[in-house]
Design a protein around this ligand. Structure first.
Ligand code: PHE
Ligand code: ZN
Length: 886
């Protein structure tokens, strides 16, 4: 087999479908290896398409058993079966019916796209183009139909049968089989189709919508795991209530089902009325799930539920519009979590993810606009840019328009586009109509890749009593296959800002260009004058991270300290500590002295600032304090340096700084651990306040261990043994993994033994070992790939072991001898034959390869070229490797 580069698909080439499908009747007879599907499609020519064009139905790895056109076998020669399509020449120029019988083998489906089996459960995954692996279809999101699905299965094997929409008839089907019919009255694209059949446990509750609809909500899990399902179930009910109050959006079916499966390529999927989840984002108990797991479950349950309006009721015209549903829905789930937890703490978490995942993507060879203009493989565009930067664009829209006009615009959007497949233009038009504003310049955020930098400088004029801020925005020129690299146009950048008095007093300064605390930077350069400013203030810029930009704003340590102590904006208080930490790390690296004994002026300033902060308010908001105490990661420092990066130097600089902080703050950290200790037998709560106390306690442990490995080992070993929650146990184990020695190996072995039957817990065990920053880790990871609990076929296992190695272990992934690159490249090659989507995602870890110094760069390139040279590469991997090298 030869590697074929898939053709480029361009947004500019969009054409409506020549045919539409109004109704689909599916009859699915489930069988482990020979599942048969009869699809009866009510088709008609699309008035917007080309009259008389051949009907080209998509198909992938299907066996065609029978075909009928209006109840007759089609004329000989009228039908052509191609490897990836079924073509009907000269179809009727009026509505017609096509009945297609296909056969598939769910047990052999290792791509986990289409109909497959996970732990004996039949399930489907159709986004983006998996429905064509079930039957021949117009598998594109702008073809929307009403589906009725009859599912039949062996009663023993699959007592539970679930489909989209509302349940209909069900009963025995003879020979030990049974059936269930599901009808979904809402027209939907094929990517939202789903069915499930299997032996599953169930927990359920009821919810009455604002319209008075009585809804049954159920969560289905592996039998025996029911006690771990109530948190997710409750999160569904809370999401339903929130979407009513926050956006006026009620649920629209009689049942809402969530099914957890253990083999899933992504996090979860918003199929209409039947969300299918990676079980990692459903199952929770204090002994098996960390606080981060609880928070993720809540967020992803909300995300999939919110898709019912932003994604399902209003879907995407084509896959270029992916951010229309994903960016918007991420924004909605972020707002939900912010309301359910702490808004400032959540905002900081969002920005940390954006900087750790999206900024690097935007700075490397895989950079693309939030709405790409071209793709070869759509599955490679479920990215941090589409999701996270897409959410930031929606957030900026709200900042620019204000909450009232934003909500009005959302209402208009839902009203105007309900039941349709829409575009980014439709979305923006709703806000333009509501606010009377021209959003044409704002729309550039969707079209231009790259992270903008905003350089700011401030000047106080005591005589004139003015304070002037000069802004300059610049955007990197990103060359992609679709866009030539023409000079980017200025963006519309909302700058939420304020002036802070260095002594903590009030600043009187005013500017009529600042409205509700926001200045809008629209030109490449602009300046803002505040009047009535007596003394030089410290500007607090991009409060709440009001735009996804890098800010170049030189402040002295004293000025950063003033912001940390006195800013009214919690995000910028945290940012001040982060900036101090980053500057301290960078100055060590740049001086070529990552391990210097002295803390340096910035390190000293940071220590003093953190000491004062801890004394004043650590216990007031422990979750916030934990974030303030956490230094920016290695990757953020690498990003800042940008070229010829030496990951070892960065790592040493950061570790040494942690050691300094741990020493300087030791007494305070120990006292904090005491003050935050949980009384024995205290009831567990996953709420944000309790999680915040655990987080601060564990950050304290981590810094103490950095300063004194002996003490750290004793404390961590004791905590691993005595911990009442997985959060505390895993945090202590993670601290131990940084302390080489026998205690570590004993603790790891004990953990593996204790959780030998808990795959999701062993994933955490895989992940922390893969992140050990020591030369032995490559061999350790190779060894773990042979562990009985590891399986290359399970995406969670692969991400935990190999994904964690490539993303969370910069010094070992970027080993100078290339052994880290080889490990990941090899895994990609092995996996590609089984599951190309997961293989391609794994390969994106090479995204920043051009940033590292020459020796490593050459090794990385060799590893990438070795992947590129493999014959028969999947389109998924060949797309990523091609763009990475391109
Ligand atoms: N649409 C899913 C989401 O909520 C993501 C997904 C994409 C899942 C493709 C499976 C396959 O974000
Ligand atoms: Zn989504």
């Amino acid at each position: 087999m030869r590697t074929e580069t898939p053709p480029i698909i361009r947004l500019a080439d969009y054409r409506p479908s020549d045919y539409l499908i109004d109704r689909v009747e599916l009859d699915v007879r489930l069988h482990p290896t020979e599942t048969r599907i009869t699809a009866t499609l009510a088709l008609r020519p699309n008035p917007k398409g080309e009259a008389g064009a051949p009907l080209v139905l998509d198909g992938d790895e299907l066996t065609l058993l029978a075909l009928d056109l209006d109840g007759q076998p089609p004329a000989p020669g009228a039908v052509e079966v191609q490897p990836r399509a079924l073509v009907l020449h000269q179809p009727p120029r009026r509505p017609f019916t096509l009945a297609i019988e296909t056969q598939v083998n769910p047990s052999a489906n290792t791509k986990l796209m289409g109909l497959y089996r996970s732990g004996g459960v039949y399930c489907t995954q159709c986004e983006a183009d998996g429905f064509r692996r079930i039957t021949y279809f117009l598998d594109r999101p702008d073809v929307m139909a009403v589906y009725t699905t009859r599912i039949e299965a062996d009663l023993e094997e699959a007592p539970v049968l679930l489909g989209n929409g509302n349940p209909g008839q069900a009963g025995p089907a003879g020979e030990g089989r049974h059936y269930a019919v599901w009808h979904d009255p809402h027209p939907k694209p094929a990517y939202l189709f789903a069915l499930v059949g299997g032996r599953l446990g169930r927990v359920a509750t009821r919810f009455t919508t604002m319209e008075g609809r009585d809804v049954e909500i159920a969560v289905y899990v592996e039998p025996g795991k029911e006690p771990r399902a109530p948190y997710a179930l409750d999160a569904v009910a809370r999401s339903m209530a929130w979407d009513e109050t926050a956006f006026g959006r009620p649920y629209d079916l009689d049942v809402f089902n969530v099914v957890a499966v253990s083999d899933f390529n992504m996090g979860a999927m918003e199929n209409k009325g039947l969300n299918i989840f990676n079980d990692k984002y459903v199952l929770a108990s204090p002994d098996t799930a960390t606080d981060a797991d609880y928070a993720n479950i809540e967020a992803i349950i909300a995300h999939e539920y919110f898709h019912n309006w932003s994604g399902n009721r209003v879907t995407c015209r084509d896959w270029f519009q992916l951010c229309l549903k994903e960016g918007l829905t991420v924004f909605r789930d972020q707002e939900f979590s912010s309301d359910a937890r702490s808004r400032p703490v959540h905002r900081i978490a969002e920005v940390r993810t954006l900087r750790a995942r999206q900024f690097p993507e935007d700075a490397g060879p895989l950079a693309h606009p939030v709405r790409p203009q071209a793709y070869r493989e759509i599955n490679n565009f479920y990215t941090a840019t589409v999701y996270e930067k897409g959410a930031e664009i929606v957030r900026m829209l709200r900042t620019l328009l204000g909450p009232g006009a934003f909500r009005g615009g959302m209402d208009r959007y839902f009203a105007a586009c309900d039941g349709t497949a829409a575009t980014v233009e439709d979305f923006l038009a709703a806000f333009a109509a509501e606010s009377g504003r021209d959003l044409a310049a704002f729309a550039r955020w969707y079209a231009q890749a790259g992270t903008p930098t905003v350089a700011v400088s401030g000047r106080h004029d005591p005589a004139a009593r003015t304070y002037t801020l000069a802004f300059r925005q610049s955007l990197p020129t990103v060359v992609t296959e679709a866009a030539s690299g023409a000079a980017p146009l200025p963006l519309v950048i909302p700058v939420a800002l304020g002036l802070v008095d260095p002594g903590g007093g009030a600043v009187a300064g005013r500017s009529d260009r600042v409205r509700d605390g926001v200045f809008v930077l629209e030109a490449e350069e602009d300046s803002l004058v505040f009047t009535d400013v007596d003394a030089a203030p410290v500007p607090s810029l991009f409060r709440g991270f009001s735009a996804p930009v890098k800010v170049a704003h030189a402040l002295t340590p004293a000025e950063r300290l003033a912001l940390l102590s006195h800013d009214s904006d919690p995000f910028n208080r945290w940012q001040a500590a982060q900036s101090l930490g980053l500057e301290a790390i960078l100055s060590r690296v740049r001086a070529g002295a990552p391990q210097a004994e002295e803390a340096g002026p910035r390190g000293e300033a940071l220590s003093r600032a953190l000491a004062a902060f801890l004394d004043a308010e650590a216990l007031a908001d422990p979750a916030f304090a934990a974030l303030v105490l956490t230094l920016p990661g290695d990757q953020e420092a690498a990003q800042e340096i940008g070229t010829e990066v030496d990951p070892d130097a960065i790592h040493r600089a950061r570790q040494t700084l942690r050691t300094h902080l741990g020493r300087d703050l030791a007494a305070r950290l120990a006292a904090l651990r005491e003050a935050l200790a949980e009384p024995p037998g205290a009831p567990f709560s996953p709420d944000a306040a309790s999680a915040g106390r655990r987080a601060l306690r564990n950050v304290a442990l981590d810094l103490l261990a950095a300063a004194d490995p002996g003490l750290g080992t004793r404390l961590a070993v004791a905590q691993v043994e005595a911990a009442a929650t997985m959060t505390d146990r895993l945090a202590a184990l993670a601290v131990l993994t940084l302390l080489p020695g026998e205690a570590r190996e004993r603790a790891l072995a004990g953990f593996a033994e204790a959780y030998r039957d808990e795959p999701l817990v062993l994933d955490k065990w895989f992940a922390i070992q893969a992140a050990i920053p020591e030369p032995g880790t490559v061999a350790r990871v190779r060894g773990l790939m042979e562990h009985p609990a590891f399986a290359l076929g399970n995406p969670n296992r692969v991400r935990s072991l190999i994904g964690s190695f490539s993303l969370n272990n910069p010094t070992q992934f970027h080993r100078p001898d290339g052994a880290g690159y080889d490990l990941v490249a090899e895994a990609v090659r092995h996996l590609d034959g089984k599951n190309p989507q997961v293989a391609a995602r794994l390969l994106t870890a090479f995204n920043n390869w051009r940033m590292v110094e020459a020796g490593r760069r050459q090794k990385a390139e060799e590893a990438l070229r070795a992947v590129a040279a493999v014959t028969g590469l999947s389109p998924d991997v060949s797309d990523i490797v091609g763009r990475s090298l391109g």
